[in-house]
Design a protein around this ligand. Structure first.
Ligand SMILES: Nc1ncnc2c1ncn2[C@@H]1O[C@H](COP(=O)(O)OP(=O)(O)OP(=O)(O)O)[C@@H](O)[C@H]1O
Length: 272
């Protein structure tokens, strides 16, 4: 494995896909969810936001998705055309912890949903639905109903529904947190394969040090009260295979480093 750079820098090299500067978010309740967040994310980067409950991870994702605006500070998309409200013309998909499938619809109809919202008929969308299901290993399950699927399969459907629109940016909010460890590891590997295939920019929220270091090129550690970034850890996985990476010295060392940051994040959080 190559030397692994570790730095607290929040900037990605080159021209960022998105750039957050001095971003704060204060809700009408008075809660300051984020204070002074500076972060650049490079195109094609896999970045994780790691931190204790309430540190503002989901708020960052929601702001990237355009579902919430910063109270102060800026979010710029230097490589995209933006509309009057500053929203980029990039396709983004959001994957949540719950698969949130429609129980009355087959797998194919669930995956169709975002294309249907764009006006595509089932007939026109079907090749893309089948391709998306193949990509997540559910080629034979188009006509199954959610109740017939395991938790891991439901999450695969959710990922198929996210990738069927061929997004540029994949926003993932603890997608595997509810799954057992073996399923989670398998889905981690599948996600990395999909990321390599599609070249997505992935912003991945997790509470798990091991998952963050396993998946990411960069792990941003956040603390709460107020939500802020306290550390940035660069991860160079080099040529490791999934198995050799999970047991490598570098992986273990970076997990220790991220754990130590997380401990200090939690130590500075008086409500825990
Ligand atoms: N709509 C809202 N109105 C008021 N407060 C909110 C709202 N959304 C989030 N918050 C508060 O903002 C802070 C950050 O919330 P956020 O959900 O971003 O944290 P998180 O790190 O994703 O937490 P978790 O890991 O528990 O999902 C929390 O204190 C939360 O209670």
């Amino acid at each position: 494995m190559n030397a692994t750079a570790i730095s607290a820098a929040h900037e990605a090299p080159g021209r960022p896909l998105v750039s957050l500067r001095g971003v704060t978010k204060t809700f009408s309740t008075g809660t300051t969810a984020l204070a002074g967040v500076d972060l650049d994310i490079a195109p094609g980067e896999f970045i994780s936001l790691l931190g204790p409950s309430g540190c503002g991870k989901s708020t960052v994702l929601r702001m990237l998705a355009g579902l919430a605006d910063p109270s102060t500070g800026t979010i710029d998309w230097p490589q995209a055309r933006v509309d009057g409200a500053g929203r980029p013309d990039l396709d983004m998909s959001f994957v949540f912890q719950e698969a949130t499938l429609m129980p009355w619809g087959t797998v194919a109809r669930n995956v169709w949903l975002p294309l249907r919202l764009k006006g595509l008929s089932m007939k026109a969308a079907r090749p893309r639905i089948d391709e998306a299901l193949e990509m997540v290993g559910l080629g034979g399950f188009a006509d199954a109903y959610p109740r017939e699927l395991s938790g891991g399969m439901k999450m695969r459907v959710s990922i198929a529904r996210a990738l069927v629109t061929r997004p540029v940016v994949m926003l993932m909010d603890e997608p595997f947190a509810a799954l057992d460890e073996i399923t989670r590891q398998k889905l981690n590997d599948d996600l990395l394969r999909l990321w390599e295939t599609f070249g997505w920019t992935v912003v991945f929220v997790t509470h798990s040090v091991f998952e963050a270091v396993y998946l990411s090129q960069r792990v941003m550690v956040m603390a709460a009260r107020p939500g802020r970034i306290i550390d940035g850890i660069d991860v160079d996985r080099a040529e490791e295979t999934p198995e050799s990476w999970r047991t490598s010295e570098t992986y273990v060392r970076l997990c220790q480093r991220a754990s130590a940051s997380l401990v200090s994040a939690i130590a500075g959080t008086d409500h825990l």
